[in-house]
Design a protein around this ligand. Structure first.
Ligand SMILES: N[C@@H](CCC(=O)N[C@@H](CS)C(=O)NCC(=O)O)C(=O)O
Length: 245
């Protein structure tokens, strides 16, 4: 059994989709980010970067427990474990890794910043238009890159793989981010094919009642998530530790 530390966001969906695709049994452990669950000692021992998703596989190598944080590493781990969506053939594998890392280093962080400026920055005073445009342009550029590669093949690395599973969640919010997906014809085709996969629907629906898009957040929630510095996370970690004692 796999414990999935999860909150219903694009980074969380990557893993709920993958677990559903591979039919691996899992138990969800909700991580309430606004409330600061990511600073609880038990969570930090699994995910020292205070971010979800993370997993603990109680049936890991040699039947031992193993924990994994960072969505890309988790997808690789689950791909290895299941033998699915992560080819063993060196040439195919490197293509999958190229596009997986492209998502982890590019599409995810840039779309994440677009999400920040669309969903959360309006809670903070000031003019955020330069930053919002900067990240929206970069998101647009990355969708253009995807569109080019998808003119040559059906999926990012050839066959449907962990690279597509990582990227799909960050395309789903295109409307909220002001993108006309129909102007990226090949991405639109790719998106429409993936969104009807039963495992993708199940993975994306997991915990959907807890989604808030920045609404319903208190000042403390916002501070916990977006006021983080090296010093503040020390304090939050201490506070969570004391709450548990
Ligand atoms: N690079 C990480 C990013 C994960 C991430 O940004 N998670 C966010 C939610 S989408 C989070 O847990 N934020 C909590 C925090 O920053 O305190 C991954 O791919 O796993």
């Amino acid at each position: 059994m796999i414990d999935l530390y999860y909150s219903p966001t694009p980074n969380g969906w990557k893993i709920s989709i993958m677990l559903e695709e591979c039919c691996l049994p899992y138990k969800v452990i909700p991580v309430n980010l606004g409330a600061g669950d990511q600073f609880k000692p038990e969570f930090l021992s699994i995910s020292p970067n205070n971010k979800m998703p993370a997993i603990v596989d109680h049936d890991g190598p040699n039947k031992d427990d193993i924990s994994v944080f960072e969505s890309g590493a988790i997808l690789m781990y689950l791909g290895e474990k299941s033998g699915m969506f992560f080819s063993q053939k060196p040439k195919e594998r490197i293509k999958i890794l190229e596009w997986l890392f492209w998502q982890i280093g590019g599409l995810g962080p840039m779309a994440g910043q677009v999400s920040h400026f669309v969903n959360y920055a309006p809670n903070f005073p000031g003019d955020h238009s330069y930053s919002e445009t900067r990240y929206k342009n970069e998101y647009d550029r990355l969708l253009g890159i995807m569109n080019n590669i998808l003119s040559k093949r059906d999926y990012l690395a050839g066959d449907y793989s962990i690279a597509d599973i990582a990227s799909f969640p960050w395309v789903t919010a295109y409307k909220r981010y002001g993108v006309n997906l129909d102007s990226f014809t090949n991405v639109r085709k790719w998106f429409d094919k993936i969104k009807i996969r039963p495992a993708v629907r199940k993975g994306m629906d997991l915990g959907k009642e807890a989604r808030s898009f920045g609404q319903k957040m208190t000042k403390e929630n916002l501070e916990n998530m977006f006021g983080q510095t090296a010093e503040s996370i020390k304090e939050l970690t201490e506070k969570m530790k004391n709450n548990e004692d």
